[in-house]
Design a protein around this ligand. Structure first.
Ligand code: ATP
Length: 399
């Protein structure tokens, strides 16, 4: 079964902008690439953890590797750091090869900084001593100047003589960040930097960490499986699946225009409308749309089946008489600020509709579902051999 979207069938401006391969990087990226992975492979005994993965990291950006558990994010980060050697392909830092299948520059000889999940602070050293730890080449005066500068940057000047056990989780993280930034690395690598913080602090710290990285002007790569975190802090998000790169792009771009069903489904709730495209209309189980509402839809696809991506905030459900209904409410989820209703449409498609929390609709009610999106919608050709999709499309296709 193909997981690919129509972007594999046509060349669009956005596909080039969001390129994963160094050779296809856009103008902005081509000159300012700091780190490149070029066809890297990492195999463990029984499995390929990372498979022919290519990626360019641009100067000054915060790029996040995002994907489900076991998809190869940490292995990719470890190859960037020099903690793992690729079995094939190349890692280049500032244009210089630092690792290939025969050789790998040690982490300490690469110009990279690392922030670990558990922060790995030295418990017996003060905050200032922890930050100064990596400044081996600087004299005393220069070390003092740099430590003070960094403690100001992370807003911990008042805690310079404290030891890590006297600090909160968020403060410890800021010390870890300052320590990694101290030697002015070419690139900073952060491995699940927020996973050891409680939920509230996590949200607070991700804003703060982004601000610190931007103020320091450092290039950074972070790893997470939390899509909200990735979307909220990154300049670009690189979505991985089964050791491969699925899509790289700006957060809005990957969220609103996912290039595969996997990316669509991993980044928030995704529903798919089984649709049929005639020359000037897209026929769906919730009504007909103008083709312009579908991103990049060309007449080349006229006469074909499509799956149209709709997210909960794109749809609204209204309770109506059975005779006017598109489907029925089969599930209701309370999320605090809103209710999300799962609706089974008459043709069998499942979609979600998000409503303000004051609106409470009952399970089993017949509803009409309307499109309420102020952006173009992503779409996909049906997956090969998916009989169920074909059946669902048949029910909306004009005869
Ligand atoms: P998570 O979000 O759970 O940390 P991940 O996306 O970072 O997952 P990796 O840790 O990179 O994934 O692992 C990718 C695959 O490689 C997994 O199936 C894992 O079991 C395997 N793997 C990773 N490190 C090793 C190792 N040292 N030896 C054997 N297999 C490994």
């Amino acid at each position: 079964m193909s997981r690919e979207s129509r972007y594999d069938l046509e060349t669009t401006d956005r596909t080039q902008h969001d390129s994963t391969t160094p050779s296809r990087a856009d103008g902005e990226g081509a000159d300012s690439t700091v780190l490149e992975l070029d066809g890297v492979v990492k195999e463990y005994a029984a499995e390929t953890a990372v498979d022919s993965l290519s990626l360019s990291v641009r100067e000054g950006e915060l790029l996040t590797l995002l994907g489900p558990s076991g998809c190869g994010k940490t292995t990719t980060l470890r190859m960037m750091a020099g903690l793992e050697r690729p079995d094939d392909g190349e890692v280049r830092l500032d244009g210089e090869v630092v690792a290939d299948e025969t050789d790998s520059v040690e982490p300490e000889n690469r110009d990279v900084g690392l922030v670990f999940q558990d922060f790995a602070l030295f418990p017996h050293l003060t905050v200032a001593e922890n930050v100064a730890f990596g400044l081996t080449d600087a004299d005393e005066k220069e070390t003092e100047r740099r430590v003070s500068e960094l403690l100001d940057l992370v807003d911990l000047a008042g805690h310079r003589d404290a030891t890590p056990d006297e600090l909160s989780g968020g403060q410890q993280q800021r010390v870890a960040l300052a320590r990694s930034l101290a030697p002015e690395p070419e690139i900073l690598l952060l491995d699940e930097p927020f996973s050891n913080l409680d939920v509230r602090l996590r949200v607070e710290m991700r804003e703060e960490v982004r601000q610190i990285l931007k103020e320091a002007g450092v290039t950074a790569v972070s790893v997470t499986h939390d899509q909200e975190e990735a979307l909220s802090i990154s300049d670009r998000v690189a979505v991985m699946c089964d050791g491969e790169m699925e899509q790289v792009g700006r957060p809005e771009s990957v969220f609103e225009h996912p290039e595969s069903r996997f990316v669509a489904s991993f980044l928030g709730q995704a529903g798919f409308l089984s649709a049929w495209y005639e020359e000037d209309t897209v026929v769906t189980p919730i009504g007909n749309f103008a083709p312009q509402r579908l991103n990049g839809l060309t007449t080349e696809y006229a006469g074909t089946d499509l799956d149209v991506l709709v997210r909960p905030d794109d749809l609204r459900a209204t309770v109506v008489d059975e005779s006017e209904a598109d489907g029925h409410i089969v599930h209701r989820q309370y999320t605090g600020p809103s209710f999300v209703y799962r609706v089974e449409l008459d043709n069998g498609d499942l979609v979600h509709c998000q409503h303000n929390h004051v609106k409470e609709l009952d399970i089993g009610k017949p509803v009409r579902v309307e499109l309420d999106a102020d952006h173009t919608l992503a779409w996909y050709p049906p997956e090969d051999g998916d009989e169920q999709v074909t059946d669902r499309v048949s029910s909306v296709r004009p005869r």
